[in-house]
Ligand binder design. Structure first.
Ligand code: ATP
Ligand code: MG
Length: 652
């Protein structure tokens, strides 16, 4: 190979522009002084202690951090209650009548809950759980759609010190059984059914199927949502409205140790068996409260904040429930699909509720792009002042579209990198300070030490890529994998040593030292001795005007180790052809370099995604290599695999 492609690969930043915060935004920002970074760096434990000071503690901590790698204990000796911090203290300060959640069901029904009403609901639910025998440290499995009872149930657990394990309502009974068994949950909270794209999903039937496969569940609370017929087993199953409705609202919050577990949440499982990530009380709440305030710039008295994720994922735990409530934010909570009954449902809701902050995923933004800018343009989005993304690398094309067609050039965008394991945001712009670059998550949040390292664990130079590590404990970090501490050590703390957290993602530092996420290290392809990230090739493809979405995978190749296979969804109005495939291959070669030119371009109507909307490259690899497909239990659109097999038209 000549040196030419190497040089081209060095020059990968498709987008060189920077977007400074608009001056009106900067003038009012919660983080408005750039010295915040130096201040946090100079005394990072002191900085986190200062953040913890924003919470209400029932007993002060003795020690900020005890660090016995790879185990951290934060705010040791301190006691607090998460529900007390999210509800009671705001009510006591006179904000009981402020709306906590404006909820909207998929069929269009609505319900608003003030902080005082939410606390009453939480108190009743907590008393009902206690009546069912749930106590401190017990695991409660929650399998609910996006209805108000979901945050209520989580906060009720937090109030009495039970550990919740939320399972996304789109998961099958098999996934539910695995998570019930792994966490050894004895109580289940579910609903009769869930609405999804105009249909109902029989949640209780799924739960029944699960409870047939595991005998652990002794009590099951059932919320009535869709009104469909369900079987209630005497002695085990209870209607939520009957049992909870009859309780007293009064339930004093338990004083919890800072290190008592708050919840277990399973990772989305894109890379294998899901891991039961354990988060604790004081450090976690400190981390999500500080990041909500400084990254989302929330103003409790005026903002209408909308995180359009599902509470079944960590994004919803941290940035629908705990972070916003701890900051006394008014949020939207939406039950259904963002494109139901029409593809502009989301924009229609932003306009109607005058939402000011919107946090969503790149996969959603790309789906909206497919429909064109006319849809957001039909609605008055002038209330928006800040936009955010999470979940996958955002390609500059989607970033720019979001900035222009949703934010009208007025709203800073925070591209936030973090994981189920990290509990809260780790790498992100600060919207009043950062000169954002489309496609870059920019810098570590104050107090966080993110280092991109090479194979040997040495920090890479600017302009180089490598492995993303976190080289200092942080308060929201996972404490272990439930029931498998060895896996915790092996997965995160063995690659570069016991005090270096290995995130599993690849990243690149640009010449300014800003961080560009490249996707999972497993997704990095080796082509003729060069490491090329799937993200970079996908970004180049989506940059082409005829391409709506793209997913790239390496497949084994006898001469180049791996050859690049690209799966491409075209924008409306374009037809697959050999000529177009050739055009796209050349487009990538021109953007990145000849080495990155896909060997195959396969046109497809859809892509296999997880329930959280992430592309499952593992399946695409199997398809590209013609192997039988692996485990697809977490695949949102399993029938897609069939359709990909049948409809994929190979070009190039
Ligand atoms: P599993 O670990 O079970 O395979 P998962 O990693 O998809 O599942 P999550 O914890 O929900 O589960 O996702 C975290 C991952 O999502 C990160 O490691 C990263 O790969 C990706 N990610 C999240 N936010 C961003 C972002 N802003 N930019 C790039 N990648 C992101
Ligand atoms: Mg992961």
């Amino acid at each position: 190979m000549s040196a030419e492609p190497e040089a081209a690969i060095e020059n990968l930043y498709l987008e060189q522009r920077t977007f400074p915060p608009p001056s009106e935004f900067a003038a009012q920002a919660n983080a408005a002084d750039a010295s915040i970074y130096q201040r946090a760096e100079a005394d990072w434990q002191g900085w986190w202690a200062e953040q913890a000071g924003h919470l209400r503690w029932m007993r002060g901590w003795d020690t900020v951090l005890e660090w016995t790698p790879p185990h951290a204990r934060w705010f040791v000796g301190g006691q607090l209650n998460v529900a007390d911090n999210c509800l009671d203290r705001h009510i006591e300060a006179g904000h009981g009548d402020q709306v906590a959640f404006h909820w909207e069901g998929e069929p269009g029904d609505t319900r608003s809950l003030t902080y005082a009403q939410l606390r009453d609901e939480v108190g009743r639910c907590a008393n009902a759980l206690q009546q069912l025998g749930v106590g401190k440290g017990d695991r409660v499995n929650i399998y609910l759609p996006m209805i108000p009872e979901l945050p209520v149930a989580m906060l009720a657990c937090a109030r009495i010190g039970a550990i919740h394990s939320v399972v996304f309502a789109g998961f099958s009974s098999r996934a539910l059984v695995d998570r019930i068994e792994d966490a050894d949950a004895r109580t289940l909270i579910t609903a009769d059914g869930a609405f999804r794209k105009g249909q109902t999903v029989p949640l209780k039937d799924n739960a029944d199927a699960a409870m047939q496969q595991t005998s652990r569940i002794g009590a099951c609370l059932v919320v009535q949502r869709t009104g469909e017929d369900v079987t209630m087993r005497d002695g085990r199953d209870h209607w939520y409205h009957e049992l909870v409705g009859g309780q007293s609202t009064d339930c004093p919050p338990q004083a919890m140790d800072a290190e008592d577990p708050l919840y277990i949440l399973y990772t989305s499982g894109t890379t294998g068996k899901p891991k039961g990530i354990v988060h604790t009380t004081g450090g976690y709440l400190t981390h999500v409260t500080a990041t909500t305030r400084l990254v989302f710039d929330v103003k409790p008295d005026t903002d209408v904040y909308w995180c359009a994720a599902d509470i079944g994922w960590v994004t919803g735990h941290s940035y629908i429930v705990y972070g916003p409530l701890a900051n006394r934010v008014t949020s939207l909570l939406y039950e259904g699909a963002p494109d139901h009954p029409a593809p502009d449902r989301l924009w229609e809701m932003v306009a109607r509720h005058r939402a000011t902050i919107l946090y969503t995923a790149p996969t959603a933004i790309r789906a909206f792009m497919k429909h064109g800018p006319e849809l957001p343009a039909k609605h008055d989005l002038s209330s928006l002042r800040l936009l955010g993304t999470v979940g996958e690398p955002i390609n500059p094309e989607a970033w720019t579209w979001y900035h222009q067609h949703v934010g009208a050039g007025r709203c800073p965008i925070v591209d936030t990198w973090w994981q189920t394991e990290t509990g809260g945001i780790m790498i992100t712009p600060l919207p009043g300070l950062t000169h954002a670059k489309p496609g870059s998550a920019m810098r570590a949040f104050p107090g966080i030490k993110a280092v991109v390292v090479d194979e040997q664990g040495q920090p890479v130079e600017r302009g180089q890529g490598g492995y993303l590590t976190i080289q200092r404990p942080w308060p929201g970090m996972l404490r272990t994998i439930w029931g498998d501490d060895q896996r915790y050590r092996d997965t995160y703390w063995s690659r570069f040593g016991p005090d270096v957290y290995f995130a599993g993602d690849g990243a690149k530092l640009d010449e300014d030292g800003d961080i560009w996420l490249l996707g999972r290290v497993d997704d990095v392809m080796t082509v003729a001795g060069h490491r090329i990230s799937t993200t970079e090739v996908e970004s180049a493809l989506v940059d082409h005007p005829k391409v709506a979405e793209a997913a790239v995978t390496g497949r084994q190749d006898p001469t180049t180790t791996e050859a690049i296979a690209a799966f491409v969804i075209l924008r409306a109005g374009y037809e697959p052809s050999d000529e177009l495939a050739a055009e796209l291959r050349e487009h990538v070669a021109a953007e990145i370099g000849k080495l990155a030119r896909p060997a195959n371009v396969l046109f497809t109507p859809d892509l296999p995604k997880t329930r959280s909307g992430k592309i499952m490259r593992r399946l695409l690899k199997d398809l590209a290599e013609g192997r039988e497909l692996g485990d697809v239990t977490t695949l949102a659109n399993a029938d897609i695999v069939e359709s990909i097999k049948q409809h994929t038209t190979a070009g190039g």
